[in-house]
Design a binder for this molecule. Structure first.
Ligand code: UD1
Length: 340
């Protein structure tokens, strides 16, 4: 199937391109390179052995998207392209609402015009906020979002659900990601945050590489075994494979108007300190870190129940936390080599 991957040169998008190709599909990337660069395309070529079709386009440009759909006959769309910096979204909410919602609305509209009926959306466990019970299932009630970024995920899920219920001949899945980390084992592609990373693992690997003074663990007085927050850290390659399963399930689905949501996590929660210890052991590297105050807006603990994805998508996370942290470190070292 020829599949449009919006945001396909980003962190999760690029890994999904690799897995789509490996499964026999034809990924086509659309990305405006807002938060990625063309080096990703070279990395993809090294893994796949051929160029991936790439369009430097903005998904909020309706006429450009229409031209693209005229040119390429897509069987499905996987929509990653979005702004994702939680802090920035608090400072510039309109930028986030406009970009993340407009791109969705335009895609859905153009898909309808061209009769493209399979749609996978990048959602997030952020829609659960701090859940009352753990692990979270897909039936765990969503909570009001704690940032405009998180709210765009809630709103986009609702837009897709309401639209499918209006029977436009659209089959759609929202995948609620837990915390994606790691990199491709080849170290050809990985996470490339611009500026100072706000997420744990890119900050940690940069600190271990000496690019940052030290990692600060945000809070050690939470109600968890060692006082630090708990997250469900999932290897990005496992997460990428869930997208292949999702688009294939949609393609086989006989109900022309189908919508469902799936948690994509490992089912295990680890504390921030456990992650640090695993990183040090897996890579034989000593990390300079200290503990500091809690970060406002952080949830204390969350991890997934992924039984629905196991049973319905036929997908299961295969890689361990050690695998993830080895690959993340290998990627950081490869980046260092490239800049030398
Ligand atoms: C955030 C977003 C989530 C998004 C994910 C990946 C929210 C509430 N969460 O998750 O939607 O999918 O990023 O982009 O919007 N930590 C430190 N020191 C650091 C950095 C982080 O101790 O320097 C801790 C945090 O306090 C947290 C854990 O590490 O407990 C994970 O943080 P992070 O990687 O930023 O992800 P989330 O906040 O869980």
């Amino acid at each position: 199937m020829k599949i449009l991957v919006t945001g396909g040169s980003g962190f999760i998008g690029s890994h999904t391109v690799v897995e789509l190709q490996a499964a026999g599909h034809q990924p086509v990337i659309v990305d405006n390179l807002y938060n990625s660069n063309r080096e990703v395309l070279a990395g993809l070529k090294n893994i796949i052995g051929q160029d991936v079709l790439f369009y430097d386009l903005d998904c909020t440009d309706e006429s450009a998207m229409r031209e693209l759909f005229k040119k390429e006959k897509f069987g499905g769309v996987i929509h990653f392209a979005a702004y994702k910096a939680v802090g920035e979204s608090v400072e510039q909410p309109l930028k986030y609402y406009q970009n993340n919602i407009d791109s969705l609305l335009i895609l859905l509209k153009v898909m309808r015009e061209f009769g493209v009926g399979n749609f996978v959306f990048s959602s997030s466990c952020t829609v659960y906020g701090q859940p009352d019970t753990l692990p979270v299932t897909e039936d765990t009630p969503r909570q009001p979002a704690t940032s405009p970024y998180g709210n765009t995920k809630v709103m986009c899920e609702d837009v897709i659900r309401d639209y499918v219920y209006s029977k436009p001949n659209l089959k759609a899945i929202s995948l609620r990601y837990f915390n994606p980390i790691g990199a491709h084992p080849s170290a050809e592609i990985g996470e490339l945050p611009s500026g100072v990373p706000s997420n744990l693992v890119p900050y940690l690997t940069q600190a271990a590489a000496g690019l940052r003074d030290k990692l600060v663990v945000f809070g050690d007085d939470y109600d968890t075994p060692d006082g630090t927050c708990i997250r469900d850290f999932i290897h990005v390659v496992d997460l990428a494979k869930a997208h292949v399963k999702a688009i294939e399930l949609l393609d086989m689905q006989t109900d022309a108007n189908y919508y469902d949501v799936f948690n994509v996590g490992t089912g295990n929660g680890n504390t921030v300190l456990e992650l640090i210890n695993t990183f040090e052991e897996a890579n034989d590297v000593k990390l300079n870190y200290t503990t500091g105050p809690r970060r406002p807006g952080d949830v204390e603990k969350i991890w997934a129940q992924s039984d629905k994805a196991n049973n319905v998508l036929g997908w299961k996370a295969e890689k361990s936390l050690t695998d993830s942290l080895r690959d993340a470190w290998r990627w950081q070292l490869a980046l260092r080599q490239r800049s030398e």
